[in-house]
Design a protein. Structure first.
Length: 386
């Protein structure tokens, strides 16, 4: 390792280094592997991150604290777990991973104190993964890994067992501990009615789970938009950032109910783009036993009840309608209070027949003028009966 002093000729120590070494000798000797939470002071040096410990300033090799892109992943003032490694040329060296003479002591301290250690996945093997943690090759069972990470992925682990060369690590145990801490923080900082920003973590048939800082809450389908989508994937995608309103919190069950809909402008508050009696084109969104949901212009959805479908009773709708099929429908009823739209196919058929009859009658106008007096009397009689 390099440092601002390490590597110099030990015979050419400056007076300050000699005084510092003498001072350290007089202090209670610290054992390699001793665990401590240290504070980051400076992360701009190309070789080391400078930290403050209970015994004074110390160094941690920069390579231990960088991400896959070579950027230091800790900030000034941040507190991180570390282990004393050695003292060289008056400077205390700390480490964040097991290695060197302190390897066994670091592993022991990590197990006893459940200290998270960073590791890189090197190989997928039968039953789990090989993980390189410092100079130690550990095994993480598949049941203790969240998801299916790629090789070279860096994650945090808790060492659950360390006996000689047998080292067992668990990413799930780390995540459980992390979630517990995050839950305690959230319990003090959020309540129903709050608006927070989260990330879509998972999309399911009944909605979407959104991570709001370590805990996931459910946005039900009905709370994604004013016009309920057939599937959350039509509106959201994994990894998307969204603003949500917290509707309900159940800390005993760790359940959060969230809403995106509550933060959207309600399209029902203004004038609607259609009225009762209008004929519109829409696409079949879903087919149910009680009717057909149709997507209308400007993202509204209406229902064609079974009685307005024109399909004989007892026949399955699936035989007559397909998702995505374009239909002409008449707006039968608009219920603003319940925010529901009833549609009709039967009314469209009746309207089209009336239009066809009217067009036909117009072509017969000259003939009507040539009617006999008897014909006129008959027409008048028919009109009176209407």
């Amino acid at each position: 390792m390099k440092s601002t002093h390490i590597g110099r000729d030990r015979q050419q120590k400056n007076p300050f280094s000699q005084m510092l070494e003498e001072s350290l000798k007089n202090q209670t000797k610290i054992q390699p592997g001793t665990y401590e939470v240290v504070t980051v002071n400076d992360q701009t040096n190309k070789d080391f991150v400078f930290v403050t410990t209970s015994r004074g300033p110390a160094l941690i090799p920069r390579e231990e604290l960088v991400d896959g892109e070579g950027k230091v992943r800790v900030n000034r003032g941040e507190k991180i777990p570390a282990f004393f490694s050695s003292t060289e040329n008056g400077e205390m060296l700390y480490t964040t991973v097991p290695g060197g003479r302190a390897r066994a002591e670091i592993l022991r301290a990590a197990v006893e104190n459940m200290i998270p250690l960073r590791g890189r996945i090197t190989r997928k093997i039968k039953g789990g993964y090989e993980v390189q943690i410092g100079e130690v090759l550990a095994f993480c069972p598949a049941s203790h890994m969240e998801g299916n990470p790629d090789l070279k992925t860096e994650l945090s682990f808790i060492i659950t067992e360390a006996r000689g060369e047998r080292v067992i690590a668990s990413h799930r145990t780390f995540r459980d501990a992390e979630k517990k801490i995050q839950k305690e923080i959230l319990m003090k900082s959020i309540q129903p009615g709050d608006v927070v920003t989260g990330t879509v973590a998972n999309i399911v048939d009944f909605g979407a789970f959104v991570d709001i800082g370590g805990l996931e809450g459910l946005v039900p389908l009905s709370e994604i938009a004013y016009q309920r989508p057939a599937h959350a994937g039509q509106v959201l995608k994994t990894g998307q950032q969204v603003r949500v309103k917290i509707l309900q919190i159940d800390w005993k069950e760790d359940k959060l109910t969230l809403s995106i809909r509550a933060l959207l402008d309600n399209p029902w508050q203004g004038s609607l783009p259609f009225k009762e009696g209008d004929i519109l084109e829409g696409k079949v969104e879903s087919v149910k036993t009680f009717g057909i949901f149709v997507k209308l212009p400007e993202n509204f959805t209406g229902l064609i009840p079974a009685g307005e479908s024109g399909i004989p009773r007892g026949q399955a709708f699936e035989k007559h309608f397909n998702r995505g099929q374009v239909l002409r429908v008449m707006v039968h009823n608009i219920d603003r209070d319940r925010e529901k739209i009833s549609l009709s196919l039967k009314d469209v058929a009746a309207h089209d027949q009336a239009e066809e009859f009217s067009a036909y009658m117009k072509t017969q106008e000259p003939a009507r003028e040539e009617m006999s007096s008897f014909g006129k009397l008959l027409m008048d009689s028919l009109n009176k009966k209407k």
